[in-house]
Design a protein around this ligand. Structure first.
Ligand code: FES
Length: 118
């Protein structure tokens, strides 16, 4: 059974826009956050805001999520770049490892995360 978590209107998403949502805690009791965005093709994507290299948020709390070109998500601590359409790290210490994807849907213009109950 999936837990539905409404995040925002799809109209709010666009280039260089990320909406965030708290999605619970991890197995260590640390808070988990979703990053919700649209990729270059306009598809809504959602990833857990945690790098595979070190278990820290990619923005380290800065709320800056994109590289200068706005084409990739950015780890502000180490300069890693993550593709928007699949979360894959293409440059940096975690190259070849994607951010954890989250299931997301658009229902009547609203972006909704579909989360596994824990
Ligand atoms: S934490 Fe993974 S590249 Fe910065």
């Amino acid at each position: 059974m999936k837990r539905r978590l409404p995040v925002c209107s799809k109209d709010e998403l666009g280039p260089r826009v990320v909406r965030t949502a708290w999605i619970g805690t991890d197995r260590f009791g640390l808070p988990r956050e979703a990053l919700v965005l649209v990729d270059e093709g306009g598809e809504v994507r959602a990833y857990v805001n945690q790098c595979k290299h070190l278990p820290i948020p990619i923005d380290s709390g800065s709320r800056e999520f994109f590289d200068a070109e706005g084409t990739h998500l950015l780890c502000g601590t180490h300069g890693a770049r993550f593709r928007l359409d699949d979360g894959m790290c293409v440059r940096g210490p975690c190259r070849g490892q994607p951010l954890d994807p989250l299931e997301v849907a658009v229902e009547d213009g609203e972006v909704v995360l579909l989360l596994d109950d824990e």
